[in-house]
Design a protein around this ligand. Structure first.
Ligand code: FAD
Length: 439
């Protein structure tokens, strides 16, 4: 087998939204580049999400600036397949140089010369820069407390597709961020008895005074927040675009029959125990919800906007029994629980990236995606530059910054001092003379 080696200025790894956005900016700036994708464009949206998932933000918001969703009401929530189609169409729009079906297995810094040697399933590539756009959600995370005995079916939310795939019986969903709460809701609507383990969360209103929360986060500057507020590192956000979009309301879910429980603590001989923090978690979520209403009201007053009042948004439902008297233990067999779904998040895998771009804890060492290893860039990670960084609209702006940085570095790299310029022009002259001689 012959090994192909090609050379390129910039290699982008991954063709999800982050890779597509980076490619658009690099194309616009005239940077020769190639995007390698191990599967298909926007594969995570195609096969890595459950069947009924729609975007959490409306179509006018969860998109790139250069293209609207074809045939979709701007206030509607695109189905995950429409999101995948959108990114494919977007890539076609500017002829993105994407090669699909190519896996990048190793990236190493070159010794004594610039750039990196990149090993792929289709040969070796020499690249001056490598942009890592492999996604924020690569490895499903299941906490170590998960029972190991195999008596119960356990899946991660990344392996959940629809209620029909689950065995008969009740379900414990651990984690009540956007994925957990939406999956729990879907299962309950499908007739299952559901226990939902609720940790610390924010739960913005879906909409308030005729504006979606995406709009509110935008005008209030909250998408641009540069770092997680201290103490909020483990707080998930519970929002849903399902069934036309609605505010996540844990009390409503409980009144409909779901059993809310606190943070899942441990499993012991088929009995799961929960922290006694359910009421506190729900109260904090309410605080976050009401704070956004307050900030929105203040913004409306300050700017004299004519948006209808919505006092009913402040009315909270009565506490359900499971909130007043929370379960602290559950015998899974007695409760008929046959499945646990871990909606407990993801981690990343950079084992293939043999470069000096990581902190002691293995997380990328970077400033707005520009890593500590010159020539290595990250894009699409949560809080890369701001709150919006891992989301569709935010990644486009981060990718722009990275492409600009690559161009700036090219300018430095291309600089020649007077003696080099002279030597180069002498070389060119000699070449021209020998070419003329050859004619
Ligand atoms: C359930 C869920 C719902 C979400 N809903 C929304 C939403 O509504 N709105 C929103 O803005 N955001 C949403 N997000 C967040 C975010 O937009 C998505 O996670 C999005 O897929 C991230 O895009 P990405 O390009 O950074 O990564 P990915 O989409 O994961 O793309 C990375 C690509 O890299 C490829 N790849 C990885 N490693 C290699 C390798 N070594 N070689 C070659 N290719 C490789 C993968 O195949 C993949 O296609 C959601 C996330 C989840 C999990």
């Amino acid at each position: 087998m012959t090994v192909k080696t090609i050379q390129i200025d910039t290699l982008v790894v991954g063709a999800g939204q982050a890779g597509v956005a980076t490619s658009e900016h690099l194309s616009r700036l005239g940077v020769p580049h190639l995007v390698l994708e191990r599967k298909r464009i926007a594969e995570a949206w195609r096969t890595g999400r459950w069947d009924s998932l729609v975007a959490n933000g409306p179509a006018w918001h969860d998109r790139f600036p250069g293209l609207e969703f074809d045939g979709l009401d701007p206030d509607a929530f695109a189905h995950k397949d429409q999101v995948a189609d959108y990114f494919e169409a977007y890539a076609r729009k500017f002829n993105a140089p994407i090669r699909t079906g190519v896996d990048v297995s190793r990236v190493e810094r070159n010794a004594g010369r610039p750039g990196f040697t990149v090993h792929t399933s289709d040969g070796v590539i020499e690249a001056r820069n490598v942009v890592v756009a492999t996604g924020p959600f690569q490895r499903a995370l299941i906490p170590a407390i998960a029972p190991q005995d195999g008596a119960i079916t356990q899946i991660h939310s990344a392996q959940y597709y629809n209620p029909q795939q689950l065995a008969e019986g009740a379900v414990l969903v651990v984690g009540a961020g956007s994925s957990g709460v939406q999956i729990a809701d879907e299962l309950q609507r499908a007739g299952k008895q559901v226990y939902l383990s609720v940790g610390a969360h924010d739960r913005p209103p879906r909409a308030y005074r005729n504006r979606d929360f995406c709009w509110w986060l935008g005008v209030l500057g909250l998408w641009d927040a540069e770092g997680v507020q201290p103490g909020k590192e483990h707080v998930t956000i519970a929002v849903s675009g399902a069934r036309g979009g609605h505010t996540v309301d844990f009390r409503r879910l409980a009144h409909q029959g779901m059993t809310l429980v606190g943070l899942t603590k441990a499993f012991n001989n088929g009995v799961v125990s929960f922290a006694s923090n359910l009421a506190e978690n729900i109260a904090r979520g309410d605080e976050n919800y009401l704070a956004l209403l307050d900030a929105s009201d203040e913004y409306i007053t300050r700017n004299g906007l004519d948006l209808p009042e919505e006092p009913q948004a402040r009315e909270l439902l009565a506490d359900p029994e499971c909130l007043s008297n929370p379960l602290l233990e559950l015998d899974l067999a007695k409760a008929g629980v046959t499945t646990i779904i871990w909606a407990t998040g993801y981690s990343t895998d950079y084992s293939w990236l043999k470069v000096d771009a990581f902190k002691a804890d293995g997380k990328p060492q970077h400033q707005r995606g520009v890593s500590s290893e010159p020539g290595i860039y990250f894009v699409g990670l949560p809080w890369l530059a701001r709150r919006g960084s891992a989301f569709i609209w935010g990644v486009w702006h981060d990718a722009k910054h990275i492409a600009d940085h690559i161009v700036k570095q090219r300018t430095y790299f291309d600089y020649r001092d007077a003696s080099q310029r002279q030597a180069e022009s002498a070389d060119t002259h000699l070449q021209n003379v020998s070419l003329m001689g050859a004619r």
